[in-house]
Design a protein around this ligand. Structure first.
Ligand code: MSP
Length: 671
C-alpha cells in the first residue's frame, strides 16, 4: 500500500530557517509513522525557483538565475540532510521533467476548454506575486504593504469561476479534505463569495516555464509550483497524493486553485490538505525585516537535531500558531529529554549492566500494571500521531516514562539486589525486564520524532536491526528478547547549561547569518555581526536592532531597470521636508501607519504609509521625513493619503526612511 505526502516546495529567494524546517520535520515524522504502519511511503519536498522575486534576488547577488537557484536549492537540500529528513524526492521547478509536466497540465486544461486568452491591467505585488484586486496605481499591497506596480499584459486565463460549485461539492462530500476544521471554514467562506478567473501566464517575467507556442508567456508561479507534486513522481503510479502539508498562509492555493486545475485537466485530486499554524519567535512573526529569524543549524550544533524536532512537535499544537524561544527550547530539552527520557534510559541500562552483567533477564513478561499502561499509551499515542496531534502523542508517551520512573522508585531494585530473601532475584529480574521493555516501546514510539537519539538507545538496547524497521505490531508488550546482550551505555542527552547553550546558539546564529549573506552575494552589515548587547539576531522583542538598523544589503542601483528621464521630468516631482506630528496604526492593516505630517503648509498632510513593519509609531513622532507632496491624493482603508513618504526599499522590501545628517527646515524642497 502506498502513501504519498508532500511538503511545500520552498522559495529560493531566502535560505532555510526553522519555519521551513517545521513543516519538513512534521512531514518526516508522518513519513516515519506511515512506514511504521506498513505503507510504502514517498515524501516529496523541493524548491520553487521561478518568478520575479528570484529574478531580482539573483540580480542582486550578481549571479545568473540558474547559478543563484542552484546555490540556494543546494542549501535547502543540505539543511534536510543535517536535520535527518528522509526526503525521497527533492524536486526543483527548474528541472526539465517538471517543465514538461507543467506544459502538459496546461494543454489538458486548454483542450478541455478551461483556458482562454485575454488582456489584463492591474496592480501587481511583485513580492507576493499576486494581482491586488480593486487597487489603484500606487496603492500598497494589502498583504505586505509594499507599493504595487501597474501591469498590463496579455494573459491566458484559467476559468476558476466554473469550479465554484464543484469545489463546494468536494468540501461537502469529503469533510476532511481540508484540515484542521478552522482552515476548512476559511476556505469554504472564500469560495462561497464567488471565484474570479485566474490569470495563469505572465508576459512581464522571463524567468519561468515557457508556454508552448507562446514565446513571450511564462507560467504564473503557482500554476508552475503546485504541479511539482505530480512531476516529482511522474510515471511512478504514486499520484494522487495522500497528503499535502503546508503553512496556513498558502492553504487557498492548495485547497482552491490546485483542485480546480486538476478537475479541469481530469486528473485525480489529492486526498487531504493539512495546513498548520505559524511558528513565531517569542510570539512575534519571524521576518527578515524584524531580524528575528531563527535557523536550525545553530540548534543542531548545540543541542542536536532531535532537540529541535522534539521541541517543535511537543511545544506547538500542530494546526495552531506556536512560539519558539531559546529559553523554552533549553527548558524542554533539560526537563523532558535529559531528565525524562535520558534518565530512564541510562538508569535502566546501567542497572542491567550492574546487576545482570548486561544481559536482559528472563522473566514472565514483567509487571502487569506497567504492561497495561504501556499498551494503553501505545494505542493512544498511535492514534494521536495518526491525527497529526504530535504534542498529545508525545505528552502521552511521557506518561509512560513517568509511570516507569515511579515503578522503579517503588520497587527499589538497588534494595532487591542486596536482599538475602529467596524471591528477591526473581523480583529484581521482573523489575529490570519491565523497565527495559517499557524503554524499548518508548524508544520505538519516539523514533518518529527523535530518530537519531532513538537509534542510539536502540543500539544500547542491543538490537542489530535499525529502529526504523519496527512496525506497529512490534509494539505489543513483551517482545524485548530475553537474554539479549545490551550494548555499551553512554548518555544520550547530556544536561545543558542554559546560559552557555543559549549564548552558543546566538553566536552560531551570527555565523550562519554571515554564511547566508555570502550565499546571497551580500556582505553582512556590521551591526548584525555584534554578539554583545543588544543581543544579535535572533533578538528579543524588547531590543530589536532591525527596527533601527538596515537588515540585508540595499539593492544595487538598478539603473538598467528604468529608462532615463529629463530634468524636466524630475522637476515635476515635488519633494518636501516634513515633520511627523503623530502616527498611529491602521485598523485591520498591520503593515500600514497613518501619519499627520507638517510640510510647512497651513494644513497638515494625512499620509498612509506601508512602513509599520519597520517603524513603531513612537519612533516617528518628531522625525523629519521626505514627502512627495504633489501625488494625487487617494483613499486607503478609508483614510485619505495626501502624499508619499520616501524610503529606500531594501532587499525583501523593508523600508528605511530617507533622512538628513544636517539640520533642515520643514517645507524645504528637494531638487
Ligand atoms: N513556494 C511557495 C510554496 C509553493 S508549494 C507548491 C512558498 N514558499 S516559502 O518558502 O515561502 O515557504 C512557505 C512555507 O514554509 C509555509 O507554507 C510553511 O510550510 C513554511 N514556513 C515558512 N515560515 C514559517 C513559519 N514562520 N512558521 C511555520 N511555517 C513556516 O510559499
Amino acid at each position: 500500500m502506498k502513501y504519498y505526502l508532500t511538503t511545500p516546495i520552498y522559495y529560493v529567494n531566502a535560505a532555510p530557517h526553522i519555519g521551513h524546517a517545521y513543516t519538513t520535520i512534521a512531514g518526516d515524522t508522518i513519513r516515519r509513522l506511515k512506514r511504521m504502519q506498513g505503507f510504502d511511503v514517498v515524501m516529496t519536498t523541493g524548491t520553487d525557483e521561478h518568478g520575479q522575486k528570484i529574478e531580482r534576488a539573483a540580480a542582486a547577488a550578481g549571479k545568473s538565475e540558474q547559478e543563484f537557484t542552484d546555490v540556494i536549492s543546494g542549501e535547502f537540500r543540505r539543511q534536510w540532510e543535517i536535520l535527518g529528513i528522509e526526503a525521497d524526492r527533492f524536486e526543483r521547478t527548474t528541472s526539465k521533467r517538471h517543465e514538461r509536466v507543467v506544459q502538459d497540465l496546461f494543454q489538458r486544461c486548454l483542450d478541455r476548454g478551461y483556458v482562454y486568452k485575454g488582456d489584463y491591467t492591474g496592480q501587481y505585488c511583485v513580492f507576493d506575486e499576486l494581482y491586488v484586486t480593486d487597487a489603484k496605481p500606487g496603492d500598497p499591497c494589502p498583504d505586505c504593504g509594499r507599493t504595487t506596480e501597474t501591469v498590463t499584459e496579455e494573459n491566458y486565463y484559467f476559468k476558476l469561476s466554473a469550479f465554484q460549485q464543484k469545489l463546494l461539492d468536494l468540501y461537502e462530500s469529503q469533510p476532511d479534505f481540508i484540515l484542521p476544521e478552522s482552515r476548512r471554514n476559511e476556505v469554504l467562506a472564500f469560495v462561497k463569495q464567488g471565484l474570479s478567473d485566474l490569470s495563469i501566464t505572465r508576459t512581464t517575467i522571463k524567468w519561468g516555464i515557457p508556454v508552448p507556442g507562446e514565446e513571450k508567456h511564462v507560467f504564473y508561479v503557482w500554476f508552475d509550483a503546485l504541479t511539482t507534486y505530480i512531476s516529482a513522481v511522474d510515471g511512478e503510479g504514486l499520484w494522487p497524493a495522500d497528503l499535502h502539508l503546508m503553512g496556513k498562509e498558502i492553504v487557498r492555493f492548495h485547497a482552491v486553485f490546485w483542485p480546480a486545475f486538476l478537475m479541469a485537466a481530469d486528473i485525480p485530486l489529492p486526498k487531504r490538505i493539512f495546513a498548520h499554524g505559524w511558528l513565531l519567535f517569542e510570539n512575534d512573526k519571524m521576518s527578515k525585516s524584524r531580524g528575528n529569524i531563527v535557523r536550525a543549524t545553530p540548534i543542531h550544533k548545540t543541542l542536536g537535531t532531535d532537540a529541535l524536532r522534539y521541541f517543535l512537535l511537543r511545544e506547538v499544537v500542530f494546526g495552531q500558531d506556536g512560539s519558539f524561544s531559546y529559553d523554552a527550547l533549553v527548558g524542554r530539552y533539560n526537563s523532558d529529554l535529559a531528565n525524562g527520557l535520558g534518565n530512564l534510559a541510562s538508569r535502566t541500562l546501567s542497572m542491567i549492566h550492574q546487576y545482570r552483567g548486561g544481559v536482559v533477564p528472563e522473566c514472565e513478561c514483567g509487571d502487569q500494571r506497567i504492561a497495561q499502561i504501556a499498551t494503553d499509551v501505545t494505542s493512544s499515542a498511535l492514534e494521536f500521531y495518526d491525527r497529526f496531534d504530535f504534542s498529545r502523542a508525545l505528552e502521552t508517551i511521557w506518561g509512560l516514562i513517568a509511570a516507569v520512573d515511579k515503578y522503579i522508585v517503588e520497587q527499589a531494585p538497588w534494595k532487591l539486589a542486596k536482599s538475602e530473601e529467596n524471591i528477591a532475584p526473581a523480583q529484581l529480574d521482573q523489575v529490570l525486564y519491565t523497565a527495559v521493555e517499557a524503554l524499548r516501546i518508548v524508544t520505538a514510539l519516539l523514533s518518529l520524532v527523535i530518530p537519531e537519539s532513538a537509534a542510539k538507545i536502540w543500539m544500547q538496547l542491543g538490537f542489530g536491526e535499525p529502529v526504523n524497521r519496527i512496525r506497529t505490531a512490534d509494539l505489543h508488550w513483551g517482545q524485548m528478547p530475553q537474554k539479549q546482550t545490551l550494548g555499551v551505555v553512554s548518555p544520550i542527552f547530556p544536561r545543558a547549561d542554559a546560559k552557555a547553550s543559549i549564548d552558543q546558539m546566538k553566536r552560531l546564529e551570527i555565523e550562519e547569518l554571515a554564511h547566508q549573506y555570502a550565499l546571497l552575494g551580500k556582505t553582512m552589515p556590521p551591526e548584525e555581526a555584534m554578539p554583545a548587547t543588544p543581543a544579535p539576531a535572533p533578538v528579543t522583542s524588547a531590543n530589536k536592532p532591525a527596527q533601527t538598523a538596515a537588515p540585508g544589503g540595499a539593492k544595487p542601483a538598478a539603473s538598467a531597470e528604468f529608462s532615463q528621464i529629463t530634468i524636466d521630468d524630475f522637476i515635476k516631482v515635488d519633494m518636501r521636508v516634513g515633520i511627523v506630528l503623530d502616527a498611529a496604526p491602521v485598523k485591520g492593516a498591520d503593515k500600514l501607519l497613518h501619519l499627520h505630517v507638517d510640510i510647512g503648509e497651513p494644513q497638515l498632510r494625512s499620509i498612509v504609509a506601508g512602513i509599520a513593519m519597520a517603524y513603531k509609531p513612537e519612533q516617528l513622532v518628531g522625525r523629519k521625513v521626505v514627502i512627495v507632496a504633489n501625488l494625487e491624493p487617494r483613499k486607503l482603508r478609508g483614510l485619505i493619503s495626501q502624499g508619499m513618504i520616501v524610503a529606500a526599499s531594501l532587499e525583501g522590501g523593508s523600508p528605511v526612511l530617507a533622512s538628513f545628517l544636517e539640520s533642515v527646515p520643514v517645507g524645504a524642497r528637494l531638487k
